[in-house]
Design a protein around this ligand. Structure first.
Ligand code: ADP
Ligand code: ADP
Ligand code: MG
Length: 456
């Protein structure tokens, strides 16, 4: 592999370009018109403009990406996360044109992209799935499904992702309205209105297993991450390893992740997501993401493995650089996502010009970002500005280091959630690990009150 086309933008484009460089591989960046002068565009060996800013006119155009790859003599395409990363059609188009797709096979993507199909695969291999229904095509189906399950339930889109298309339904009277909105949302966001229902687990933690497989038949896990701190079903703080679970449970979850990857002969990096019911101690398969994930750096920090490099090597048919028995997990890592958003206005996205940008520095502090002083954050895309990752000998040290890092991160010109993140990290419940997936929501109100108190 000599040249890779990077089909993404933002921090993940920077991340992929760096991995290419470390491997002595050239990078070509496909950009929209508004990203011509972006940091990754300056770092790449070559830049090809593929269209206007709106994702549908550029980053989501499979033909434009494939043409850019062929036209620049690239051997491979890295899709990053989001955009086309989980579209089997891109993997297929690459294969049809002799390009390596740096991700799993189109078949793997298709198998796991349908959450109902993925649940069946898990069940068939003895992995517990969240108690739930098959597809519900009508309100009648939905009522029948909840008859056995009881309430509350979660309506989910079979093709869903990024926390979109999900609706909690507290009781029977809400079902009809929720069903209509969720299927309309699923249709517009994913072009597929199919829904299913899961029992809602109120006191849950999100624990996911990083897996990777190569073309030689090796499939291993690289430990797990805890991503329970979320707002609107989207993660904001993640860590590795998962705190306060027994080693037996940890091993069971990891083994379940590997079993699912093996079941589909999974190739490349992927994440198997589980939900842990803290009231019963039981865990269930939720879904598999067939791509590199936003939070992959916490795994890199505690394993010392460069996941993007591994992805590229595997796509070039090289074997994994480590075996399961060689895996060592050392220390504790935390990641905070720094989005351009206004916390007090319901996390509304906040595009604009960054006037000052001074990221934190120091041992065991990593910042993945594409921003710089004077950068204009465009309104068309995801609002992620940077990820701050800290490593400590133990969890407390990682938390303290994160407090220091966020405290010395200067960003002016736009709003970010840094004050809110620091508020969360400083809370005793977080420090002792007494949290669940709804905890951030409860902290939002406390934060708003504290802010108002500080002003008056
Ligand atoms: P998950 O949805 O499984 O929590 P991640 O936390 O890795 O996955 O990413 C959040 C979601 O937001 C992903 O589904 C991804 O498609 C989308 N996303 C995040 N950042 C970007 C970005 N910079 N560009 C496009 N899509 C993004
Ligand atoms: P997406 O594809 O959008 O990432 P997931 O199925 O992974 O969707 O769910 C996203 C988040 O929603 C989970 O991390 C978890 O916090 C919450 N969630 C999902 N399913 C359930 C459930 N059955 N009960 C409670 N919370 C859930
Ligand atoms: Mg998910």
């Amino acid at each position: 592999m000599r040249r890779v086309l990077v089909a993404n933008r933002g921090e993940i484009a920077v991340r992929i370009i760096k991995a290419c460089r470390a491997l002595g591989i050239e990078s070509v960046l496909a950009v929209s018109e508004i990203d011509r002068d972006s940091l990754p565009a300056r770092m790449a060996d070559r830049v090809v403009c593929i269209g206007p800013p709106r994702p549908a006119d550029s980053y989501l155009k499979i033909e434009a990406i494939v043409c850019a790859a062929i036209g620049t003599g690239s051997d491979a395409v890295h899709p990053g996360y989001g955009f086309l990363a989980e579209r089997p059609e891109l993997a297929e188009a690459c294969a049809a044109h002799g390009l390596a797709f740096i991700g799993p096979s189109a078949e793997n993507i298709r198998q796991m992209g349908d959450k109902l199909g993925a649940r069946k695969i898990a069940r068939d291999h003895g992995i517990p799935v969240v108690p739930g229904s098959e597809k519900v095509e009508s309100l009648g189906d939905a009522l029948a499904a909840t008859e056995e399950m009881g309430f509350p339930v979660l309506l989910k889109a079979a093709a869903g992702g990024g926390g979109r298309g999900m609706k909690i339904v507290a009781d029977r009277s809400e079902l009809s309205g929720a069903f209509e909105t969720a299927s309309a949302e699923a249709r517009s966001a994913f072009g597929n209105p199919v829904l299913f229902i899961e029992r809602y687990i109120p006191n849950a933690r999100h624990i996911e297993v990083q897996v990777i497989g190569d073309h030689q038949g090796n499939t291993i896990h690289l430990g797990e991450r805890d991503c329970s701190l979320q707002r609107r079903y989207q993660k904001i703080i993640e860590e590795a390893p998962a705190p306060s679970i027994s080693n037996q449970l940890r091993e069971e979850i990891r083994a379940a992740g590997v079993a699912i990857a093996r079941a589909v002969r999974y190739e490349n990096a992927g994440t198997v997501e589980f939900i842990l019911d803290q009231d019963t101690g039981k865990f269930y398969f939720m879904e598999m993401n067939t791509r590199i994930q936003v939070e992959h750096p916490v795994t890199e920090m505690v394993t010392g493995i460069d996941l993007v490099k591994e992805q590229i090597q595997v796509a070039a048919h090289k074997p994994l650089s480590i075996s399961q028995s060689e895996l060592r997990i050392t220390g504790h890592a935390i990641e905070c996502r720094i989005n351009a958003e206004s916390v007090l206005e319901g996390f509304q996205q906040f595009p604009g010009r960054i006037t000052q940008w001074r990221p934190p520095q120091g041992p065991n502090i990593r910042v993945d970002s594409h921003c710089y002083p004077g950068y204009f954050v465009p309104p068309y895309y995801d609002s992620l500005l940077a990820k701050v990752i800290t490593l400590g000998d133990d969890r407390l040290e990682a938390i303290e280091r994160m407090q220091f890092a966020l405290g010395t991160f200067t960003i002016s010109g736009i709003d970010t959630a840094i004050p809110f993140l620091r508020f969360l990290l400083g809370d005793p419940d977080y420090v002792v690990g007494r949290v669940n997936t709804r905890w951030v929501e409860t902290m939002q109100e406390k934060f708003a009150t504290a802010q108002l108190g500080a002003k008056s």
